[in-house]
Write a protein that binds this ligand. Sequence first.
Ligand code: ADE
Length: 265
Amino acid sequence: MRVDVLTIFPDYLAPLRLSLIGRAIDEGRIDVRVHDLRDWTTDRHRTVDDSPYGGGAGMLMRPEPWGAALDAVLGEEPDVRVVVPTPSGEPFTQALAHELAAQPRLVFVCGRYEGIDQRVLDEVGERARVTEVSLGDYVLNGGEVAVLVVVEAVARLVPGVIGNATSLVHESFADGLLEGPAYTKPSVWRERAVPDVLLSGHHGQIARWQRDEALRRTSARRPDLVAALVPATLDRRDLEVLEACGWRPTADGARLERSAAPVAD
Ligand code: ADE
């Protein structure tokens, strides 16, 4: 996979060279190229911003450097996916990370200030698929930190980047649930014992306990994820655990809804 990042702060992307992603770059699994947008300015001051038409606070990014930069980086290649981090984008999810991991080329566009002139995204949208993504309902100073997050989430799904692929199966969101608690040695620490079942060696019971904990934690922290579950995909024990957390199937059985205050934690 090739990843291009266009930014006025190339140094912000330096951490991409570290850790697992850094190794994937060294091994040639991912080709990351960071470009300074100011290289495509033509004036003495290397200007990239200007005041918005119609007034309003702050500055916007002018279209000319972006147009020239995207022409150069996109080239004539088909199958380039352009990703633009912005608080007005669609939520970035694990499902979108999987989708992006299947692309041969990603081009990240880092906006600063109040954003980028809309014509840039309209125009590039005529020659590439453009996806505006938001990390969450808060405002960052620019897209660079969001690109670090998105590239990390995507790159670890590229085959070969993570040594143990089964660890991808059991992680949060793979099955629509948060992961439950996990423990390592020692078995007792500061008088706190690891749950007995995890030391029992009963793989079936351990898997069941982990699933129960995942269901309880998801109910407590992310009720929106429980509300998105389809009861037909759950087993009898799943439904018992969720019932104890205050959930019941809707009358048509298609979803779950809150019945009462949780009976147990
Ligand atoms: N740029 C600024 N805020 C952002 C956010 N919440 N998500 C993605 N990109 C952003």
